[in-house]
Design a protein around this ligand. Structure first.
Ligand code: CAA
Length: 249
């Protein structure tokens, strides 16, 4: 860290992985803003109180990041309250798992518009400022299932694979300006998202993980913090798997 405490914006910030990312960055001295869906205002207030009880002062804001207008509104409000965003963690994501023959167009749209669309909608409004200031970190939370595909996840795997295509392309635009863009690809992590899977399906997936366990949100957050760090300015366009050995390439 430099003398100034950097500002980090975390989309999906009150979710399973997002919470651990916010905790980790706040403990490292970043000023952190967590973004949640506008329908989760009450939960966000509880979440803020829980962080305060841990000694972490973290602001929260509601935004529907499937919408570009909301992304712009969000970033303008963050900048008004706290100043420019220096670290952006794109962690907002949902699942609508179904075999393709049962998948409705709405299941496809919802996942692509949030999981991939939010990457544009949150990054575009912060991008020019990062280039102008000569510093920025964009960290996209993808998934092992964007790297290897997954039965029942054509929508999710497409969005997650797309996130890394975005990282590699944008990394080239930021490289000469001190702005890095990287992807973290978690495997199966202990969160509400993986708990929502049928128990037998989950058990058979865990049995196939070489480490024989799911990851913890803190294990993902540690890698996000690594990419965010000022000293890690020579890594860009990378995709770091954190998956217990589930997929190696
Ligand atoms: N491979 C091959 N065939 C499979 C299969 C698999 N993994 N799973 C089920 N099948 C077969 C069944 O044997 C059955 O075959 P028959 O029709 O020949 O009997 C058929 O598929 C069942 O098809 P259905 O459409 O009825 O499937 P379903 O409704 O029972 O289950 C599903 C579909 C809900 C998508 C379920 O497969 C599932 O939950 N899959 C796991 C999806 C997953 O991993 N999600 C991750 C969520 S967490 C996350 O996404 C975070 C992250 O980044 C990792």
């Amino acid at each position: 860290m430099t003398q100034q405490r950097r500002l980090a914006l975390v989309t999906g910030g009150t979710g399973g992985i997002g919470t651990a990312v916010c905790q980790r960055l706040a403990k490292e001295g970043y000023r952190v803003v967590a973004v949640h869906h506008p329908s989760e205002e009450a939960q966000a207030a509880e979440w803020r109180a829980a962080r305060a009880a841990e000694g972490l002062e973290i602001d929260t804001l509601g935004a529907d990041l499937a919408s570009f207008e909301d992304g712009q509104r969000l970033v303008a409000e963050v900048e008004r309250r706290h100043g420019p965003v220096e670290v952006l963690v794109n962690g907002a994501g949902i699942t609508r798992d179904k075999t393709f023959r049962k998948m409705e167009h709405a299941d496809w749209e919802a996942v692509i518009r949030l999981n991939l669309g939010s990457v544009f909608n949150a990054t575009r409004p912060v991008w020019e400022g990062m280039l102008e200031r000569g510093f920025g970190r964009v960290i996209n939370i993808s998934s092992v299932n964007g790297q290897r595909g997954q039965f029942g996840q054509t929508n999710y795997a497409s969005a997650k694979a797309g996130m890394h295509g975005f990282s590699m392309a944008l990394a080239q635009e930021g490289a000469a300006k001190g702005v890095t863009v990287n992807t973290v690809s978690p495997g199966y992590v202990e969160t509400a998202m993986t708990l929502a899977m049928r128990e037998d399906v989950r058990a058979s997936i865990v049995a196939g993980i070489p480490m024989r366990r799911m990851g913890t949100p803190a294990e993902i957050a540690a890698v996000v913090a690594f990419f965010a760090a000022d000293e890690n300015g020579y890594i860009t366009g990378a995709n770091l798997p954190v998956n217990g050995g589930l997929f190696m390439h």
